[in-house]
Write a protein that binds this ligand. Structure first.
Ligand SMILES: [Zn+2]
Length: 430
């Protein structure tokens, strides 16, 4: 057993002082006790520290970290998302298992230091550039998982299925290494990673990249194995239009038709989702992952935050292209972009009179953990002991009080207020 005695800890009841956290040898929270009783030398006193649950980054493409800052020059007159995608494909084409490990290790260290203790890695660069599998068909996935282990962050590998270059279109040159030869070959790789003990989810890339004859068995597999299913949808208007042209419906309607919506489903972006699509997500109990810094970088648009909340759809965050790694900024931009969209203050709130802090924290922690099928995201018995330790004496927090502390963090601070990060009962940085 280990004992932590922070000055403040954010539990399901809100901020608590004089609370002792008891952690067992598996790194799981065993109990919260009301006072700082003398537990002997194993009790770590943490004066001037407020503990929050570790943040959960639900959607990352780790290798895209290499593009940071390098895609803002105009490459052509018609600069669009799809031109950015070409730059991303060039970066993807150069990856090797060794190079991917190094890039992922560095990026995951940065991610962990920023306060993310778990990440959902939506991984699609699987095979050699020709499309030929490596001798170990999961060499690239394992490079990522080993980088996560060595960096000390928990990785849920969302193994991505990718089968076509667009609705009823063959793969393009740059997409060959994303694709398995068949849906069975893909599911075999999922199975191999699971039996090796890794945390895994399935991730049909999108309705444009995965046809129904792949989608349906993948959805069925996720149901039978109780695995998270993550999928991109409605990020770009062009994708919605192409879907309308091919199937006479919007992407999320197609997901419903293909049996891919369930409480284990997380839809990434949903930027251009219609009311009809949101109603389908709500009815099926799905989650939506917004990625505000990436959506801003790429000019995708602003998610229909107010409509998502009204529909009761849980929101979570992802750093996506890893153009920024800062959960406070990611969540701040969710609320700020929503304010600009609706021209009012306080959009991401639990009720009209609440401030955003507690809902933003929930999106960044508890709901995120649920979307990845992890027993973390809140500080309560039975959950993994994943924490960020906030330095209450940091100048950015000058003037804080208990009532406004979460709002002061989300609207007034960067991650430099994070003093330490803990994963499964172990201090990883600080
Ligand atoms: Zn993505």
């Amino acid at each position: 057993m280990r004992y932590l005695a922070p000055e403040y800890v954010y539990t399901v009841q809100g901020w608590q002082s004089n609370t002792l956290i008891v952690i067992n040898d598996d790194g799981v929270i065993e109990a919260l006790r009301e006072q700082h009783n003398p537990a002997g030398s194993e009790c770590l006193e943490m004066p001037g520290v407020a503990l929050l649950p570790g943040f959960v980054n639900v959607h990352s493409h780790v290798f895209q970290r290499a593009l940071r800052g390098h895609t803002h020059r105009a490459l052509s007159q018609s600069e669009t998302f799809w031109a950015w995608r070409n730059a991303m494909y060039r970066a993807a084409s150069q990856l090797t298992p060794g190079g991917l490990y190094e890039l992922a290790l560095q990026t995951y260290r940065e991610m962990l230091a920023a306060g993310y203790t778990s990440v959902g890695e939506f991984h699609y660069v699987h095979h050699q550039p020709s499309g030929e599998p490596y001798a170990n068909p999961n060499a690239m996935a394992e490079a990522i998982l080993h980088a996560g282990r060595d960096a000390g962050i928990r990785v849920v590998l969302l193994l991505t299925a990718y089968a076509q270059g667009g609705f009823n279109r063959p793969l393009e040159e740059g997409q060959r290494r994303f694709s398995d030869r068949s849906v069975d070959a893909y599911l075999r790789r999922v199975e191999d990673l699971r039996s090796a003990g890794f945390l895994v989810g399935v991730a049909p890339h999108s309705v444009r990249a995965v046809p129904p004859e792949w989608f349906q068995p993948i959805a069925e597999y996720s149901r039978n194995a109780a695995l998270p299913l993550h999928v991109h949808a409605d990020e770009q208007v062009a994708e919605v239009e192409q879907c309308q042209a091919a199937y006479d419906c919007a992407p999320i309607e197609l997901l419903e038709r293909w049996g891919a919506l369930s409480p284990r489903t997380t839809v990434i972006h949903a930027t251009h989702a219609s009311q009809v699509e949101l109603a389908l997500l709500a009815r099926a109990g799905c989650t939506v992952c917004v990625c505000p810094t990436t959506e801003g970088d790429l000019g995708d648009g602003i998610a229909p935050y107010a409509e998502l909340l009204t529909a009761g759809i849980p929101l979570v965050i992802g750093s996506d292209s890893n153009t920024r790694l800062d959960p406070l900024e990611e969540l701040r931009w969710a609320e700020y972009s929503a304010r600009m969209r609706y021209q009012r203050r306080r959009v991401l709130v639990r009720d009209e009179l609440a401030s955003p802090g507690s809902l933003l924290l929930d999106c960044g922690t508890r709901s995120g953990a649920q979307a990845l099928g992890l027993a973390t995201g809140s500080i309560e018995p039975g959950r993994l002991a994943d924490f960020v330790a906030i330095d209450l004496s940091h100048p950015m927090l000058h003037g804080w009080n208990e009532q406004d502390l979460l709002d002061t963090l989300f609207f007034g601070c960067s991650t430099s207020v994070i003093k330490e990060v803990w994963v499964q009962g172990q201090r990883m940085s600080g």
